[in-house]
Design a binder for this molecule. Structure first.
Ligand SMILES: Cc1ncc(COP(=O)(O)O)c(C=O)c1O
Length: 396
């Protein structure tokens, strides 16, 4: 029996690869989890009460697009956060942004552009769903370096015109996973101009928007609103996984233009997995509340300070502008990111992720090969202990 050719070159997902690398080896100390971006800060205290009060909601099929209350809470949050009004026909609740990113690509990307197979532009390293979504939609992924040389953001404008003309989607992640770069307003505005000029859509993955070091990151909704950009030319994705420390709730949203939203809603009404009703009610309360978000942000900002102290004076160390990861270059003496990950596990029990698992080879170059990604998700004391062990083991 044959399998689809377009997925045949997919590598295993990052975490099975990590298990393969590490699990045959004993940890050198009490394990400290710094590999997966799974927030460990407290979830809001109102969650259990709402769930208990609405438990019967599991007995009905949930509304596909989101309850009116949830869409109202989301549009209220966008107004408070970005100062723009997004009507509810431009919003849809998602079962986590991962499926939303994937399904939006399927719903919105044409199969052919200018008589040719289209391309989707994505940063490299990147959140791996972008590539799989491109392949599923029949497009060719084009991996664009987002490295120290480009300020850790992809320089799409530098691509050949023939490539830009074939583009149907350009993905941007800000704050970026794994690099921690925040796209400035000018970068986003220029990207919207490029999209207009070459007739492609911008998909902005902003799930880390509420975790930042010095200032709240600008959002594409805000920049596009001020510019008066065509809302059909962009889609923006947000999540409660990071904002509200609820990765298991599986709740996010997409905002786009009304015509594009009709397409996404239609596809998802056949093939989507709507969020169960009690979870939509929890999500609504989360979007309406900022106190728990501020408390969690304070914990992350403390961890940034902690990391700055632990790595003070360390060559190549850079604090992220936002997000929950350190993106650390590995000293040459240790080898590459895989060697560093294995050494760290065997000597200390600290578990991180090799950068190469988040990036693709371009020619002989893999821009993530000499990096590790370190998630600052554990409680403060554990994070500090993990960072000190990491520094002493790899950089000592
Ligand atoms: C960059 C990025 N985008 C999207 C997601 C998906 O998040 P969720 O599906 O939990 O909303 C993640 C999760 O780690 C991520 O790192």
């Amino acid at each position: 029996m044959a399998f689809p050719e377009r997925f045949s070159n997919l590598p295993d997902y990052a975490f099975p690869r990590l298990r393969k690398l590490l699990d045959a080896h004993a940890p050198g100390g009490e394990p400290i989890a710094m590999s997966i971006g799974e927030p460990k800060h407290p979830m809001p205290d109102f969650v259990a009460g709402i769930l208990a009060d609405n438990i019967n909601g599991f007995g009905v099929y949930p509304p596909n697009d989101g309850t009116p209350g949830l869409l109202d809470a989301i549009s209220g949050w966008i107004r408070r956060r970005y100062g723009v009004d997004i009507s509810e026909n431009r919003l849809m609740a998602l079962n986590g942004t991962r499926e939303g990113l994937f399904n939006a690509a399927l719903a919105l990307a044409p199969e052919v552009k200018g008589g040719k197979r289209p391309v989707m532009l994505m940063p490299n390293p990147f959140y791996q769903v972008y590539a799989v979504a491109a392949l599923a939609a029949g497009a060719e992924p084009v991996y664009v370096p987002a490295t120290a040389a480009t300020g850790y953001l992809p320089d799409y404008a530098a691509l050949p015109v023939e490539v830009l003309d074939r583009a149907v989607v350009a993905w941007i992640c800000s704050p970026a996973n794994p690099q921690g770069a925040v796209a400035p307003r000018d970068y986003l505005a220029d990207l919207l101009d490029l999209a207009e000029k070459h007739d492609f859509r911008v998909f902005a993955d902003e799930c880390y928007s509420e975790i930042w070091r010095e200032a709240p990151p600008p959002g594409l909704l805000d920049v596009a609103g001020l510019k008066g950009a065509d809302p059909e030319k962009y889609a923006v994705f947000h999540s409660l996984s990071k904002r509200s420390n609820m990765p298991g709730l599986r709740s996010g949203f997409v905002a786009t233009g009304p015509e594009s939203m009709i397409r996404i809603r239609r596809l998802r009404s056949f093939a989507g997995a709507p969020l169960p009703l009690p979870l939509q009610l929890v999500a609504e309360a989360c979007w309406r509340d900022e106190a728990h978000v501020a408390a969690s942000l304070a914990l992350y900002q403390n961890k940034y300070r902690m990391a700055a102290e632990v790595f003070s004076g360390q060559q190549g160390f850079r604090l992220p502008d936002g997000g929950m990861f350190l993106w650390l270059p590995v000293p040459e003496t240790v080898g590459d990111g895989e060697a560093a990950t294995l050494k760290l596990w065997q000597k200390t029990g600290v578990r991180v992720l090799p950068g190469a698992y988040l990036s693709r080879e371009l020619g002989a170059e893999n821009p993530g090969r000499d990096y590790i990604r370190v998630a600052l998700v554990a409680p403060e004391e554990e994070t500090q202990s993990g960072l000190i062990k990491l520094r002493d083991c790899l950089f000592g």
